[in-house]
Design a protein around this ligand. Structure first.
Ligand code: PMT
Length: 408
């Protein structure tokens, strides 16, 4: 049932293990999935597209275009709930890890917005080689899921690691991924994302570089695991389409505060990823401020601290997660914010780390708990960072509910 109605993009590459793709397809179809198969040219030497299209009841694509028509890899990457590359050869892993986009599988992988799983298949020494292991590490760091290889007799006659996982094991892997997905089913979540704009006059504002990417990824990751998510989003170009996420568009820090404060008492978990203005103009001119003097002084006043306000009213059954964007004394500043705003944990990102912070697709974070326990993560995509944060929330929520039960 866990895989019922899931849309699976199955990429088959050129290994003798490609023959197992037929039973993998059958098992996925039996589990209720819709399966779209992509093959490399080399894979078609091991198993025919006809066999696979018969089993999947769909056309199989092995090129970015068939005859006159273009096989839209971007659309397929967006359509899928999960992409599986099985078997994934050493060559394909290398292409995926280095963005070498010369076939429909890598093109779809690079466009995919869904979780990606890969089941390597190769000979013992190829598997052990530093180059292969480095590629796998890279793919894992970006949030892709390795389906571990099996041990046994290999096509070369050698015995050892490198066999593609059995189709049953691949399906189990997916089932446990999608099963874990509902661990936040009864959770009501509130997420803030993006910048706020504080208007000086009808044409100008004080703002910042936040794109909303980090917070939107968190909102989606929470919803993917069953939470009912309200996303309070400052001015952002992002389009959020997810059935579990309701978007509340706001502009200023005051609007964001109102939207959050109203919902806080119905919320189990709030994640505040927005970059909220700390100051706003005392007055907003009704018409455009004209250029007159050499300089212009602005009177600014503090905005309300949304996090500290919610933190001040936090009940024992609520979790409040904050972010800290720092440029110096990072850990010490973040720890102070945990106390001041009553966070359960804070996600620290620093503008000193390349690829971290505003308006990029990656982030490098540390999670610091209120007991000062710290977990440091590598640079990853914001989608993968969001999954780490949601894992941490899930663990904390489980601990809290155990504590509550043992008190009864
Ligand atoms: O949107 P992206 O381009 O993906 O960039 C992501 C990000 C860099 C914006 C994000 O990762 C991040 O760090 N968000 C918090 C930025 C920030 O304003 O940090 P801060 O250290 O100033 O604020 C600390 C915490 O208090 C934050 O949770 C913030 O949301 C909250 N806050 C701050 C001010 C205020 N008036 N009200 C608040 O609730």
């Amino acid at each position: 049932m866990k895989l019922k109605d899931k849309k699976i993009l199955l990429g088959i590459t050129g290994s003798i293990a490609a023959y197992k793709a037929a039973s993998l397809t059958r098992l996925l179809i039996k589990a209720g999935c819709e399966v779209q198969i992509l093959m490399t040219k080399a894979a078609t030497d091991f198993i025919t597209p006809l066999t696979l299209s018969t089993l999947s009841k769909k056309n199989v694509y092995s090129d970015v275009h068939s005859g006159e028509s273009w096989n839209n890899h971007v659309e397929m990457g967006l359509w899928a709930d999960a992409m599986i590359v099985a078997p994934a050869t050493a060559t394909t892993l290398s292409k995926m890890a280095n963005g070498l986009c010369d076939n429909i599988i890598v093109a779809s992988y690079l466009s995919a917005k869904c979780p990606v799983f890969f089941a390597p298949a190769m000979d013992l020494d190829m598997w052990k080689h530093g180059a292969t292991q480095q590629n796998i590490d890279k793919l894992k760091k970006w949030g892709n899921h390795l389906i571990p290889v099996g041990v046994g007799e290999l096509a070369s006659g050698l015995v050892g690691e490198g066999r593609m996982a059995e189709p049953e094991a691949i399906v189990e892997h997916l089932e446990s991924f999608f099963g874990q997905k509902n661990d936040l089913e009864n959770v009501k979540a509130l997420v803030t994302a993006g910048p706020t704009y504080e208007h000086l006059d009808p044409v100008r504002f004080i703002g910042n570089h936040s794109s909303g990417k980090m917070g939107v990824a968190i909102a989606k990751a929470l919803a993917d695991r069953g939470a009912d998510v309200k996303l309070v989003l400052g001015p952002s170009k992002l389009k959020v389409e997810h059935e579990g996420v309701e978007v509340i568009q706001v502009v200023s820090a005051q609007d964001m505060y109102k939207a959050c404060n109203k919902r806080w008492r119905y919320t189990n978990v709030a994640v505040l990823a927005a970059a909220v203005a700390d100051y706003r103009p005392v007055t907003q001119a009704k018409s455009k401020i004209k250029k007159k003097e050499k300089s212009l002084n602005l009177d600014l006043e503090k905005t309300i601290d949304i996090a500290a306000t919610l933190g001040g009213k936090k009940k024992p059954n609520q979790l409040l997660i904050g972010f800290a964007l720092e440029t110096n004394n990072e850990e010490a500043n973040a720890k102070r914010k945990i106390k001041r705003k009553n966070f359960d944990f804070i996600v620290l990102n620093s503008l000193n780390d390349k690829g971290a912070g505003f308006n990029v697709d990656t982030n490098k974070v540390s999670i610091i708990h209120k007991n000062n326990k710290i977990k440091k993560f590598e640079l990853k995509t914001k989608v993968a960072v969001a999954q780490d944060i949601v894992d941490e929330i899930s663990t904390l929520a489980k601990k809290n509910s155990k504590k509550k039960k043992s008190k009864k």
